[in-house]
Design a protein around this ligand. Structure first.
Ligand code: NAD
Length: 267
């Protein structure tokens, strides 16, 4: 693909990116988009090798470079290995997207410690481990950019998902703290907070018309979002066009975080 025909006019050409949890959903679309914009992309997956291969294939079809790297982001040892493999295949990442995430529905009084740790150790712990492994190299090279995939639930409380909302709330302050700690070293750190996006994570809920309607009632834009709409925002944030943006959260939620209960003007 000629540079000018690429999405974003090939603005990520010459960059290397690592996207975690990129074998499906938002991570898949983000990896594909960054690759289509010219970045060489390491597509991290935990167990879905086929999904990762498809993301790699899509990037290669656009004339880009990509590799699949296996690894569980909640394991310190596996994170070290997956970052080493990324560096050996593509060179050190200029761009890191901490996208890997998980959720499970648990009424609080039935939430086991294992339930809690599983969600927090991936959503927040994974971002900590992978960032720590990569930011050191960014400091040595004098720059880099990190995007953490948060959620509207970094500000909207969510009963029965206390571990999930706590992990995303924590991710918000991790993002802001790292942005402050590394601004003087040329490293930007931001978050993207999706609302309801159609992905494998919520496929079941969206297939049920009643659940879908009650979800859509919470979205002023009246529809669920697409992974590609989130990926486009990540691509902007990691590009030099966002060169003065750090410590910010970009909400990609069709207005879900705007207190939709007040839409009528009453209240
Ligand atoms: P998804 O289930 O398709 O994607 C999550 C990805 O993370 C999967 O590829 C999964 O394999 C990977 N993953 C999970 N645990 C991992 C681990 N330990 N190590 C490596 N990879 C791991 O769902 P999605 O909706 O695309 O979610 C992507 C991100 O977006 C998550 O952080 C999620 O919390 C966030 N998000 C999604 C929505 C939504 O409506 N879909 C809304 C807000 C935030």
């Amino acid at each position: 693909m000629a540079e000018a025909q690429r999405p974003g006019n090939g603005r990520l050409a010459g960059k290397t990116a690592l996207v975690t949890g990129a074998s499906s959903g938002i991570g898949f679309e983000t990896a594909a988009r960054l690759g289509e914009e010219g970045a060489a992309v390491a597509v991290n997956y935990r167990s879905d090798e086929e999904g990762a291969r498809q993301a790699v294939g899509r990037i290669e079809d656009s004339g880009g470079r990509a590799v699949a790297v296996q690894g569980d982001v909640s394991s310190e040892e596996e994170v070290r290995r997956l970052v080493r493999e990324t560096e050996q295949s593509l060179g050190p990442p200029d761009i890191l997207v901490n996208n890997a995430g998980t959720q499970s529905e648990r009424p609080f009084l039935q939430m086991s410690l294992a339930d809690w740790e599983q969600v927090v150790s991936v959503n927040m712990g994974g971002a900590f481990l992978v960032s720590r492994e990569i930011i050191g190299g960014m400091v040595e090279r004098g720059g880099g950019v990190v995007v953490n995939m948060s959620s509207v639930h970094q500000i909207i409380p969510w009963p029965r998902f206390a571990h999930y909302s706590a992990s995303k709330g924590g991710l918000k302050l991790l993002t802001e703290s790292l942005a402050l700690e590394f601004a003087s070293r040329g490293i930007r750190v931001n978050a993207v907070a999706p609302g309801a996006i159609a992905t494998p994570e919520n496929e079941e809920k969206l297939q049920d018309p009643e659940s879908r309607a009650s979800l859509e009632a919470l979205i002023p834009w009246d529809r669920v979002g697409e992974s590609a709409e989130v990926a486009a925002c990540v691509a902007f944030l990691v590009s030099d066009e966002a060169s003065y943006v750090t410590g910010a959260t970009l909400f990609v939620d069709g207005g879900m975080s705007l207190y939709p209960g007040f839409e009528s003007g009453e209240g």
